[in-house]
Ligand binder design. Structure first.
Ligand SMILES: *Cc1c(COP(=O)(O)O)cnc(C)c1O
Length: 430
């Protein structure tokens, strides 16, 4: 059976990654456990770097998709910058040793405390704030004035294009809360010098949505960004220095056909690169999250019970929606495979895989064809869990969050310990 994951496969009948048997991981670390492949993170990063090699560019990994410090260090060591959305993520970037000039700060609700931390990050401050509203720019201007430091910003443009993805992860429509429209941005540019003395406008940013399966909404957005950049430049003394094109490129969870990273980069170069009307004057920033981390991880979980019913056969797992919320939150699909490879002769049966949490939404997969021999004590892997998996995990039902393991150079190591009950109680006053 072939997996949609390039970096996880069966060897001698056991699911492995980079030569490491996941049976060993499960036995020594326990379950549930997130298992990541270093090579799998680096492969798409290198493809993006190769696609933009001719351009002045910076690839800022969207930390929110997978914020483990060891993962950030790995990506940072290979040249990635970071896209941050909170002060907490800034402190993670700092722990991972990411240089200030390789970090951008996105998000519609930055607090003044967060702005102040980011402006003082490694003294020089971050590369850019992606500002999403006029009131936010006022706050940033005040913080910058109080610190006597200029704030470099990009204005986040909402291009009003439909990314044709799940409504919860589309962000570039007029009705979405993100970004500013063309009129707002142009008005703002008009009053920038007078009203925002501590702000330096260096770029325009967009991020139209996540899990995009076609380049055409991006093409529509890029057209509008070009028009806007030209209009903005006509009002500025010094033209914009960069364009931040966000993230959002989709990955294969099931059988989706995704745009190749090569084609994606070609499109970017055509619109904004050396051979575009900007002739290399714009630095190109990207903020890929899922593209890099999505298929770099799986969630390994044990079958606690098999509960056979006439209508439905349930496998109750030791992982729950608190560990991986995507199926419950977005009704998203994740492949599920057994730790031990099934043989073609094994009889199969449809099962519904659920977690132990007291919510009917705590279901990973409905009616999947899996070996009918799967029973109590066996393990299965929930695939494509590297993005928005652990980073969205919670302690709901007072469940400790799972361990995280990284496979690199033929070895595995724990990069986050499983939480203990002590961890759960910490901070409570009673
Ligand atoms: C979430 C987000 C990203 C990353 O999105 P992916 O779909 O994971 O690539 C990038 N930029 C911004 C501003 C975001 O909010």
């Amino acid at each position: 059976m072939s997996l949609p994951l390039e970096f996880f496969n069966y060897q001698n009948g056991v699911l492995t990654s980079g030569g490491v048997s996941l049976e060993n991981v499960a036995r020594s670390v326990g379950t549930p456990v997130y298992v990541y492949s270093a090579e799998a993170f680096l492969h798409p990063l290198r493809q993006l770097q190769a696609g933009l090699a001719e351009e002045n560019h910076m690839i800022c990994f969207a930390v929110k998709s997978n914020s483990n410090i060891a993962v950030l260090k790995l990506l940072g060591s290979q040249g990635a910058g970071m896209d941050l959305v909170s002060g907490g993520e800034l402190s993670r970037a700092q722990a991972a040793g990411i240089a200030a000039n390789k970090t951008v700060f996105s998000g519609i609700g930055k607090t003044k405390t967060e702005m102040s931390l980011a402006l003082q990050y490694q003294n020089q401050g971050i590369f850019s704030f992606n500002v999403e509203s006029i009131p936010e720019l006022h706050s940033l201007n005040e913080v910058a004035r109080d610190l006597n430091k200029k704030a470099r910003v990009a204005l986040r443009f909402n291009p009003d294009v439909n990314p044709r993805t799940h409504p919860y992860i589309s962000t570039g429509l007029k009705k979405n809360k993100f970004g500013m429209n063309r009129k707002e941005i142009l008005q703002l540019v008009g009053i920038l010098e007078k009203e925002f003395r501590w702000i330096e406008l260096h770029g325009i940013s967009i991020h139209i949505g996540s899990q995009l399966l076609s380049l055409s909404p991006l093409r529509d957005a890029f057209d509008r960004v070009q028009t806007l950049i030209d209009e903005v430049n006509s009002k500025l003394k010094q033209p914009l220095r960069f364009v931040d094109l966000g993230g959002g490129l989709g990955i294969t969870y099931q059988a989706e056909r995704t745009p190749s990273l090569e084609k994606y980069c070609e499109l970017i170069c055509k619109y904004f690169g050396k051979r575009s009307p900007y002739k290399g004057s714009l630095k190109i920033l990207l903020e890929p999250g899922r593209t890099i981390s999505g298929n770099a991880g799986i969630l390994l979980t044990e079958v606690l019970y098999r509960k056979e019913r006439k209508q439905k056969d349930f496998l109750i797992l030791d992982a729950g929606m608190n560990d991986l919320i995507r199926p419950a939150l977005y009704e998203s699909y994740h492949g599920v495979v057994p730790l031990f490879q099934e043989s073609a002769r094994d009889p199969k049966r449809k099962v519904t895989l659920v977690g132990p949490v007291c919510e009917s939404a705590d279901c990973f997969a409905e009616q999947r064809l899996l070996p009918s021999s799967l029973k109590k004590g066996d393990c299965v892997a929930i695939l494509s869990s590297g993005a928005y998996g652990f980073s969205m995990a919670s302690n709901y039902n007072s469940r400790p969050r799972p361990a995280e393991v990284l496979i690199q150079d033929g070895k595995f190591r724990v990069i986050r310990e499983r939480e203990s009950y002590e961890d759960l109680l910490r901070g409570e006053i009673f």
